[in-house]
Ligand binder design. Structure first.
Ligand code: DGY
Length: 325
């Protein structure tokens, strides 16, 4: 029997591409050419290939027009990401196409990225690194690049899902006090002593550092705006490793410029890979290029998870384990 055709939109880890090529008639993207940012092009390639499945990724334009243009042969779209704000779920549902993602396996790595930004922002590590590289370091000085310690600080986790909880566990070694804001409190065994806040104002006013772990999409667009920033204590720090759309960039930049916020650490951007030019002028913001889940181990695990979903639908005619719609 002919293998099902699988359209793979981005270059994936070697072992994942090898497994995809073994089990599917896989149409790979060896050069990582960026055609998947054009939804019409995804639909065109899927139609030309007679694809049964599309293995996409964060940043692909899997919007309503793209999904509407897919051939009837497509049974499943799986995204190589936990986030699925780039996929129009209603359009997929209307066409009876399953959408799956790759949860759990990237929680620790993404929390590590948030923690990297926490330390980088609090201890001014980005500024220090730039100073050394630029040949501007003139030697140790008692008052040079003084940051703030994480010890004893109140960390506020916005969105206490899998990634938020991994971050909470990591910060315990730093003797931080963990607060969190979510739609409802977690059971005590998952809360692990973290303090729940049922309202934004009380949450923002209680913390020294905000780490954002909420999904993208219209419901959370520009959640961190000027009004909420004003509720934060002077000298607070903001970290975002969730989705860039959840921050009002103008408001964050203004607060970093004025000094109301001490520093920020960002891994994600509204409209990425475009980065608001205001951030580039600021020393007190650490900027990473969406490294959240970028470890060798995690990207392999995400690939395996994506293939488990595809295999279930296309090879075994069973329910995919990580279906979002
Ligand atoms: C995800 O999985 O949603 C990440 O943002 C991609 O690394």
């Amino acid at each position: 029997m002919a293998k099902p055709v699988l359209l793979v939109t981005r270059k994936l880890p070697e072992a994942i591409e090898a497994r995809a090529a073994r089990d599917y008639d896989a149409r790979l993207n060896p050069d990582d050419a960026m055609w998947a940012t054009d939804g019409a092009e995804i639909a065109r390639r899927a139609t030309e290939a007679g694809a049964a499945g599309v293995l996409g990724a964060a940043g692909d334009k899997l919007d309503a027009a793209c999904i509407g243009g897919l051939p009837d042969s497509v049974k499943i779209i799986t995204t190589f990401s936990v986030g699925f704000d780039h996929v129009d779920l209603s359009a997929a549902k209307a066409r009876g196409i399953a959408v799956t993602n790759t949860p759990d396996v990237l929680s620790f790595a993404t929390a590590e990225t948030a923690f990297t930004l926490l330390l980088t922002a609090a201890r001014r590590a980005g500024e220090g690194e730039r100073m050394v590289r630029a040949g501007k370091w003139e030697g140790w000085a008692p008052t040079q690049l003084l940051g703030v310690t994480l010890e004893g600080k109140r960390l506020g986790i916005l969105g206490m899902g899998r990634i938020g909880r991994e971050l909470a566990a990591m910060t315990r070694g730093f003797r931080m006090e963990v607060h969190y804001r979510d739609v409802q409190p977690l059971p005590p065994e998952m809360e692990q002593g973290a303090i729940y806040h049922a309202a934004d104002d009380a949450f923002l006013g209680a913390i020294d550092i905000l780490s954002m772990h909420i999904p993208g999409g219209e419901a959370t667009r520009k959640w961190l705006n000027a009004e909420r920033i004003a509720r934060m204590k002077p000298g607070s720090i903001v970290i975002n490793s969730g989705r860039g759309t959840t921050v009002d960039d103008e408001a964050l930049i203004a607060a970093l410029r004025s000094g109301h916020l001490r520093a920020a650490g960002l891994d994600v951007y509204d409209g990425e890979p475009r980065v608001h030019p205001g951030y580039l002028e600021l020393e007190n913001v650490a900027l990473l290029p969406h490294l959240g889940s970028a470890t060798i181990e995690t990207r392999d695990a995400m690939g395996r998870r994506a293939l488990e979903n595809l295999d279930a639908v296309l090879l075994h005619n069973t329910a995919p384990p990580h279906r979002v719609v």
